[in-house]
Design a protein around this ligand. Structure first.
Ligand code: ZN
Ligand code: ZN
Length: 366
């Protein structure tokens, strides 16, 4: 990855905003800018803060636990350890670097930390400038190197799905299926799942974010599997539905309807189209068939270093899609007491359409 190029681009943005530096706290943003893979273990714990000055050297502030990792992963940055907390270090370091205005990620900073930071920096006459989405705006367009990594993450996810699908009879309950998926991911080289695997049998399928439990995968019963993994830092996300045995007439009809909506949504995805237009293309198919009330979530989301990121394909999303964005298209129908069906693929937005990152080998014609 060309981190220097990304840093340079961000530094240009900071100069245009007339701030001396940006403190990057969101893990995916840190990773995007410098390749640092330290993770945060909770909302008030950090494995490091990246200080990007408008001009000059990037500093990675962290604590003893991550010192070696930071030095190994980001050898070109100045790693600085804070033995007494990040604020104390900032209070000392910022005046040394002649920073008088510090931008921070207001959408990813606890209010209590921002208050303490304001108090500490006021003593040094440093102004805090809240920003929202500076790095995210860069992350939303993927370069071909990133697209290739995401393609590999999608392929591996499909490989895992195919393996589990062919041995499904070995896993009697939802949790057995989920465990098999997640161990297979790790065994095949994924870092970890990109989110908690969703396995919903029968009526549980009506919950879009069902938590796998001890429910048995019944004979002639349905199963919705939503799974994703992280490979080389990048995420995949895919949903498929299975029937153990013979599907009911209604199940078959609705599965075909959801697939029709999925294909209509994908056909609408191209550069220049608004997120809400793609959403509408799929939603109209489901609504026209009389199931509009049973499709209560948006059509899709961006995927990259995070499994849910910009852009959104929703009725409220008026922003136009741009080439290089990666989105899911995942319509669904959820009927309480009966079950649910969702189909999800990932696409690269191109100037003249979109590229399906999934192969058709995992489409199950029910
Ligand atoms: Zn998704
Ligand atoms: Zn999903």
């Amino acid at each position: 990855m060309n981190y220097q190029k990304r840093i340079k681009k961000l530094q240009g943005k900071l100069r245009r905003k007339k701030v001396d530096a940006l403190l990057v706290s969101k893990p995916e943003n840190r990773q995007y800018l410098c390749g640092y893979r330290g993770g945060d273990h909770g909302i008030n714990e950090t494995s490091g803060l990246l200080l990007v000055p408008a001009k000059g050297k990037v500093h990675l502030l962290t604590d003893f636990r991550f010192k070696l990792q930071a030095e190994q992963e980001v050898p070109w940055a100045e790693t600085v350890i804070y033995p007494k907390g990040a604020l104390k270090l900032l209070g000392r370091l910022l005046p040394d670097l002649a920073v008088t205005s510090l931008a921070f990620e207001s959408h990813y900073t606890l209010h209590s930390f921002a208050e303490r930071m304001t108090a500490t920096l006021a003593k040094k006459r440093i102004k805090l400038v809240p920003t929202d989405g500076l790095v995210e705006a860069m992350r939303v367009i993927k370069d071909e190197e990133e697209i290739a990594l995401i393609r590999s993450a999608v392929r591996l996810n499909e490989e895992v799905f195919t393996e589990i699908h062919s041995t499904l009879a070995d896993y009697p309950t939802e949790i057995d299926v989920a465990l098999a998926i997640e161990t297979t991911m790790r065994r095949k080289g994924a870092e970890r799942p990109s989110f908690d695997t969703i396995v919903a049998s029968g009526a549980n399928g009506a919950l879009p974010h069902a938590v796998p439990g001890s429910s048995r995968v019944k004979k002639n019963g349905s199963l919705t599997i939503d799974m994703g993994l992280i490979l080389d830092g990048y995420c995949s996300d895919m949903t498929r539905n299975l029937v153990a045995g013979k599907p009911s007439k209604r199940y078959r009809k609705l599965h075909r309807l959801v697939r029709k909506a999925q294909l209509a949504g994908a056909a609408a995805v191209r550069a220049g189209v608004r997120g809400c237009d793609a959403d509408k293309a799929a939603r109209d198919i489901i609504a026209d068939a009389g199931y509009g009330d049973y499709f209560g979530h948006s059509l899709g989301h961006g995927v990259g270093l995070a499994v849910h990121e910009e852009p959104r394909l929703s009725s409220r999303s008026k922003k136009k899609l741009k080439a290089g964005m990666i989105v899911t298209v995942e319509p669904g129908i959820y009927i309480p007491g009966w079950g649910g069906i969702r189909l999800e693929n990932m696409y690269v937005v191109r100037e003249d359409g979109c590229e399906n990152l999934n192969s058709d080998s995992t489409w199950l014609d029910i």
